[in-house]
Design a protein around this ligand. Sequence first.
Ligand code: SAM
Length: 286
Amino acid sequence: MEGYLVNPKNTIEILKKHNIRFQKRFGQNFLVDEHVMKKIISAAQITRDDCVLEIGPGIGTMTQFLCEAAGKVLAVEIDRTLIPVLEHTLSEYENVTVICGDILKQDINELSVRYNCGKPFKVVANLPYYITTPIIMGFLEKDAPVESITVMVQKEVAERMQAEPGSKAYGALSLAVAYYAEAYLVANVPKNCFIPRPNVASAVIRLKKYKEPPVKVKDKKHMFSIIRASFSQRRKTLCNGIKNSAELNYKREDVEAVLEKMGIDSDVRGETLTLTQFAQISDMLM
Ligand code: SAM
């Protein structure tokens, strides 16, 4: 085989050689567009000093590029049938370790101690779409040792991650991302850049984790409970959302009093409020 895996001919050749069938349940859509691949690698700003954590290397398409850019690559793949394929396609790289397992069950702190002297990883991946949000929110909320996350996701999820207040895509995910990281849309990616073609359009997004969150709040867990409550029933007002929440214990009058002090209408909906306003509401309710 000539060159990298990232084209339809070489990908199909490897899949046939190893008799691999796509596992839909693992969200397998392999990237076959070199132009998109190079955009991802360049956006990830990888140097030889970095250890990259790749989620779902598949047959090793992106891993080949990561190995050439980074000092070390740690790749976690759930599908055990792909492990022998990776041994073959990555045989010429000495700076890669492949772990067979579920990324959601890995202790990222322990991996960083073992493979990167306790320093943070740069995460780069073409993510399995069925678990995009748990993976990203898990890294952010648990304060995992990760300095940036450059990933292919569903276009709609990328839009939600960087949505502004008042827009249709704005919600709990937008606010969580805004609290933990600076988000930047790297590229939109059409369906024909993958084998097999996914049902949805994709986009590459880069999240650079803040050293300090952009807003100060007494209790971030409390703030995120309020955020979740106000978006759990999208067409309801903030007051009703909080009053009806099983996680919180406030009366309608408590929320109305806070909104009045802030000069906000009592029938306001969560979708128009900024992160700073949610932090204020959270602090004033406590
Ligand atoms: N990186 C390859 C590429 O770009 O062509 C494959 C990307 S494919 C969209 C997603 C990959 O994640 C698949 O290889 C799939 O088996 C793997 N995967 C799915 N769920 C996973 C999980 N929970 N933990 C680790 N890998 C997972």
